[in-house]
Design a protein around this ligand. Structure first.
Ligand SMILES: [Zn+2]
Ligand SMILES: [Zn+2]
Length: 354
């Protein structure tokens, strides 16, 4: 399997390759060779992230072609080293933020922000939209047979939502009203975690009626379309002018960042998860004069991953309503095209199966 020296044809695998803005091709790619301390994973399910779609459109500069995307995935162990805790055939997920573990960020518990690591499927580091990925064993976590590969692949977005909610700690218990701006995959997962933690009234806003309906199904008390109704006025009405204690921004654009502040009460906190637009314009005076707090939250740590894998194994969150497409890797180019259009927001998570 190692492909001896001088071998002109190393083993190949099938991969979905991003070759330039708006271009995704199914092609043959060199199969990764398992390195020391690594596990070779045969990918079974890989979700397409909003950031992958933005990258595909060439908007962010965070996908450098030619490369293989894919960071939300699960698979089966295909090859391990002699001392591995895993065995061939084990069902696993991979935490895709490959942190160093020894820098000052990692030491402070911010392995999510480690500047020395790589991120699978981002920039030029190849990810999981392929048959195989080889990755350090420390980033690999096993799960049981009662959880499907598709369900397990959802651990990544769930971990994003989990970290965001954990930023508020027990403050959620006292909150009377919470707002989730954006009912995409992350927003709907934030909603579910809030519900699970016993949050009282949760208001969700989105421009898509389809997504608002999903939010209602998944436990939102109120669902508002700011394209049809002034959000601030609607929240004021719902809360009898009290406004919300906490908000979550799960889109990453200027108007939604503004919305996440507009709905807050005096002294309220907005947690910003969305990561799309770089520069935005917001009302600084509003933040100063009503003593608002804005907290950023970025991806997850291993801890979030482990806890979320447990939540999935316990069936504590409802994932099926979030999965719009489940198809073979071969259909990847078409699925990316559809996601790039997605005008009425009917497509939530799409999952490819190599
Ligand atoms: Zn993602
Ligand atoms: Zn580090």
């Amino acid at each position: 399997m190692m492909g001896g020296k001088g071998n002109r044809c190393p083993p190949e695998m099938k991969a979905l390759v991003y070759t330039g803005p708006g271009q995704m091709e199914l092609s043959q790619w060199e199969k990764p060779v398992r390195g020391e301390g690594e596990v070779l994973v045969k990918v079974k399910a890989v979700g397409i992230c909003g950031s992958d779609v933005e990258g595909y459109l060439g908007k962010t500069g965070r996908r450098i072609p030619p490369m293989i995307m894919g960071h939300e995935f699960s698979g089966e162990v295909a090859e391990v080293g002699g001392r591995s805790k895993f065995r061939v055939g084990d069902r696993v997920v991979v935490q895709p933020k490959l942190y160093c573990g020894s820098c000052s960020y990692c030491q402070m518990g911010f392995s999510n922000i480690c500047p020395h690591g790589q991120f699978l499927g981002v920039m030029s580091r190849n990810g999981a939209m392929a048959e195989y990925v080889s990755v350090g064993e420390q980033y690999v976590f096993g799960f049981g047979e009662n959880t499907t590969y598709v369900e397990a692949s959802m651990v990544e977005p769930l971990a994003v939502a989990h970290r965001a909610v954990s930023k508020l700690g027990t403050a959620i218990d006292e909150a009377k009203y919470l707002l989730v701006v954006g009912a995409g995959t992350i927003g709907l997962l934030v909603l579910q975690i809030l519900r699970k933690q016993g949050a009282r009234s949760v208001i969700v806003s989105d421009l898509s009626e389809y997504r608002l309906e999903k939010a209602r199904e998944l436990g939102a008390d109120y669902a508002i379309n700011p394209g049809r109704k002034n959000l601030k006025a609607a929240i004021s009405e719902i809360t009898s002018d009290k406004m919300v204690d906490y908000s979550f921004e799960a889109v990453g654009l200027n108007p939604t960042a503004v919305d996440s502040l507009e709905g807050l009460r005096i002294g309220g906190t907005a947690v910003w998860i969305g990561n799309a637009q770089k520069m935005i314009e917001i009302d600084m005076q509003q933040i100063v004069t009503t003593e608002l707090t804005v907290k950023g939250t970025y991806i997850y740590t291993d801890e979030d991953y482990v806890q979320c894998l447990n939540l999935i194994e316990e069936k504590a969150v409802s994932l099926e309503p979030l999965i719009s497409v489940q198809t073979e890797l071969d259909n990847g180019p078409e699925v990316f095209r559809q996601l790039a259009e997605n005008k009425d927001g009917r497509l939530l998570k799409a999952i490819l199966m190599p």
